[in-house]
Design a protein around this ligand. Structure first.
Ligand code: GLU
Length: 320
């Protein structure tokens, strides 16, 4: 028998939840709950410049309002479920990678990294040239006098292949498509790639449901999991909600955040129906509670392609 599903909500509390975040949360919840599984809420608040405790509390309130519950974590779970309070664990993982001889300090400036000539990975980050990979100990010491380095991990020239539960077979050459990546920024903030791998393993997560924009992070995470002796969770990368110009719906689209939608009198049933229709689970945006969608849920029915929202994305609710 396969292990019970343990899924997760992993929001970044850097603003009010928007429809795209609600879409990920609904599908993660339906996937775990329809299999009789558990949900963990982890607040990904690593970036002190962007994340705030009040946003975390607001996110929890918005999830509950949508009808989505969790078994562990969030503020009721205490500091253990806030990444900003888990840095000792990330330091230990970094020390293990250091022991394996995989890390090096990188002194490159942001401008140098983002130079127009640098090739870019599919997620838009520049592929590192390797400029600091071969520095001698003397050169490192010299540079460290004027600059605090970021910590990078040296990736081998290997291809990582995996099967995504929704997007199918995927493969990426770590060296060519991604390059040596940062595990700790020069300001000391641990990178998402490291934190997510440590936390998913420690929290017993075996199913990851998240936006397709993070599909290209999966090879890096699988490779880190192997280096650290951690299991690979199953993954499902869901379509993104896009503005008509192809941009990802973001927290700056204020009129589509849950604050504005709730203030405009939208109900959780309206939003769940609309999100389920976009996902491919309902033919029309009916008014339904999240739990009423459980019998309709199957990954076979969830669409793979991104969803472009034209005009007023909530207009179908008036027609319905
Ligand atoms: N914290 C990330 C976000 O809000 C999600 C990370 C993940 O699901 O792995 O986009």
């Amino acid at each position: 028998m396969s292990a019970p599903v343990v899924g997760r909500f992993a929001p970044s509390p850097s603003g009010r939840m928007h429809l795209g975040n609600a879409f990920s949360a609904l599908l993660a919840w339906l996937s775990a709950r329809s299999a009789g599984g558990e949900i963990v809420l982890r607040q990904e608040d690593l970036d002190p410049g962007r994340c705030r405790r009040e946003y975390a509390l607001q996110l929890e309130d918005d999830l509950r309002w949508l009808g989505l519950d969790w078994d562990r974590g969030g503020s009721a779970g205490g500091a253990d479920y806030f990444q900003s309070c888990r840095t000792e664990r990330y330091a230990r993982a970094l020390a293990e990678l250091e022991r394996q001889g995989l890390l090096y300090p990188c002194f490159c400036s942001r401008d140098a990294l983002h130079a127009a000539s640098a090739p870019h990975a599919s997620d838009g980050t520049p592929i590192y040239s390797g400029a600091c990979r071969g520095l001698t100990p003397e050169e490192r010491a010299e540079r460290a006098r004027t600059r605090r380095p970021a910590i990078r991990v040296r990736v081998p020239d290997v291809e990582i292949a995996f099967t995504d539960g929704l997007q199918g077979d995927c493969r990426e050459s770590l060296a060519r498509d991604c390059g040596d990546f940062i595990l700790r920024r020069s300001d000391g903030v641990y990178a998402y790639q490291l934190a997510v791998v440590v936390d998913d393993a420690e929290m017993g997560i075996n199913q990851v449901v998240r936006g397709r924009d993070l599909l290209s992070s999966t090879p890096r995470q699988r490779w880190l999991q192997d280096r650290l002796g951690l299991p690979h969770p199953d993954c499902f990368h869901i379509p993104l909600l896009l503005a008509p110009d192809g941009r990802r719906l973001a927290k700056r689209e204020r009129d589509l955040d849950l604050g504005a939608l709730r203030a405009a009198g939208r109900t959780p049933e309206e939003l769940c129906g609309l999100l389920a229709c976009w996902a491919g689970l309902l033919a029309r945006p009916e008014r339904v509670a999240a739990r009423e969608l459980l019998p309709h849920f199957s990954w076979d029915r969830v669409r793979r392609e991104d969803i472009v929202l034209h005009g007023d994305p909530l207009a179908p609710l008036e027609a319905g």
